[in-house]
Design a protein around this ligand. Structure first.
Ligand code: HEC
Ligand code: HEC
Length: 391
């Protein structure tokens, strides 16, 4: 289903550009083309200011609490701010430590800025029927408010590099990353507000991580404020962290978990590719396809990737062929050979047909490419130096 969604959304973006020539930079929120207005999504407030993000004086409503995931998503270098509002007196059901269940009425916002300019603010709201509403708001030129983007997204809302422009994803694209589609019922996942992402044991090597400010919510805040059910005070004694043999591997696995693992995991329709990049606190699923671990009140505190990733990936032949590499020689990771490691080849690509991730980015992530390249080179060195290999 993910593949179908991707293809459908690429077509939609193309169609949208041809039909509308959307360019919000040229106008303010108040004068979005009339043609666009009739195409706006229906379930969400029309303006960002109506979603509850701001207090009447224009500052962030203090009930909306900032947070910062330790492994952020690469979005072409956009600076981001994120907030959550939990309904008053409510708590998050964390009985499945890898799938926090948020109360109806929970809202999340994520603001994207390039330079000093706010470009879009993404919004998620849990409805009373359990579903999540997805929306994004395109900022006006005057930076006074943002208007609901059409469901098919908006092409070219800001220039982010010479000849490269940022687009607001279509709702199908949001869902390609946020929804698990491998089971009988699709379910929406919150990707940056989880036990691993909010752990107090933050990875100092995580690419592009923002500094943690004192007012930001972490596992500590949630435990101390009694926001987790059942109460999980042991999350503080032994905070979740990726269990890896060295610091670099930890950062690589964390990066891949956020940036790739939302699609490449055992609960996704892509599970048959055998590429499992999602790190789970329970360490209990993903490797062998869809499964739903029993709720665990006492989650293990070291976070193994859903599968012992390095040994699993090393040398594994994949379906997609690296260009100009002999048939059968394409591998997810070839120790010591970055050019023969498909995950890197696809991270470096920004051709729509081969880039990874396939959505939400037009510039490659230089820092992450450097990190993963060194990791692949070192993996090769470790293999040829007997006794040093931890894998
Ligand atoms: C390429 C995959 C991808 C796409 C496309 C995407 N997201 Fe996300 N989103 C993520 C990841 C990963 C995080 C958590 C990491 C971060 O915030 O940096 C996240 C975080 C969020 C958050 C904060 C709550 C949370 O889950 O952590 C909101 C709100 C959000 N996204 C809304 C949207 C909306 C609305 C769209 C479509 C307009 C969208 N996203 C498209 C991957 C994606
Ligand atoms: C929005 C979902 C999504 C995200 C996020 C994503 N991928 Fe993919 N990936 C796909 C789809 C769909 C395919 C299958 C079609 C194809 O090969 O293009 C795929 C295929 C691949 C393949 C080829 C696998 C094979 O055996 O054929 C590799 C390697 C890969 N992805 C690496 C990555 C890496 C590395 C990241 C993160 C940097 C990533 N992907 C993020 C959707 C995603």
């Amino acid at each position: 289903m993910k593949t179908r969604l991707l293809v459908a959304s690429l077509l939609l973006v193309g169609a949208c550009v041809m039909r509308l020539g959307v360019n919000v930079e040229a106008g303010t929120g108040a004068d979005v083309e009339p043609d666009l207005q009739v195409r706006l999504g229906t379930g969400s407030p029309r303006r960002l200011s109506d979603t509850g993000l701001y207090a009447p004086d224009g500052t962030i409503d203090p009930r909306n609490r900032p947070f910062s995931p330790q492994y952020p998503l690469w979005s072409d270098g956009a600076a981001k701010s994120r907030w959550i509002r939990l309904p008053e007196g409510s708590s998050i059901d964390v009985s499945d430590v890898d799938r926090w269940d948020f109360p109806a009425g929970t809202r999340f916002w994520k603001e994207f800025r390039f330079g000093d300019r706010k470009v879009e603010t993404r919004f998620l709201r849990r409805e009373t029927d359990g579903s999540w509403t997805f929306a994004s708001y395109a900022w006006n030129e005057a930076q006074t408010d943002a208007v609901l983007a059409p469901e098919e997204g908006m092409f070219d809302v800001a220039e982010i590099a010479p000849g490269k422009r940022h687009s607001i994803p279509a709702v199908t694209d949001c869902r390609a990353c946020h929804d698990s589609d491998g089971g009988p019922v699709p379910r929406t996942n919150i990707l940056g507000f989880s036990a691993l992402q909010l752990s107090t044991d933050r990875d100092p090597g995580a690419p592009h991580a923002e500094p943690l400010m004192p007012e930001m919510i972490t596992l500590r805040t949630l435990v101390e404020e009694g926001r987790l059910t059942p109460a999980q005070s042991d999350l503080l004694a032994t905070p979740p962290r990726i269990d890896a043999p060295d610091a670099r591997t930890r950062s690589v696995l964390g990066y891949l978990s956020t940036n790739c693992g939302s699609c490449h995991n055992g609960d996704s329709s892509l599970a048959n590719l055998g590429l499992f990049l999602k790190a789970n606190v329970s360490g209990s699923h993903s490797a062998s396809g869809p499964s739903h671990p029993a709720p665990s009140h006492r989650a293990p505190r070291t976070l193994a990737p859903s599968h012992p990733l390095p040994s699993h990936l090393l040398g594994k032949t994949e379906k997609w062929q690296i260009p100009d590499v002999a048939e059968g020689e394409s591998r997810f990771v070839t120790p010591g050979a970055p050019d023969l490691s498909a995950i890197l080849v696809r991270m470096k690509s920004r051709r729509p047909s081969s880039q990874m991730p396939p959505l939400g980015t037009v510039l490659h992530d230089r820092d992450a490419i450097d990190l993963v390249t060194t990791w692949v080179e070192e993996a090769g060195a470790a293999l040829v130096a007997p006794g040093q290999s931890r894998w």
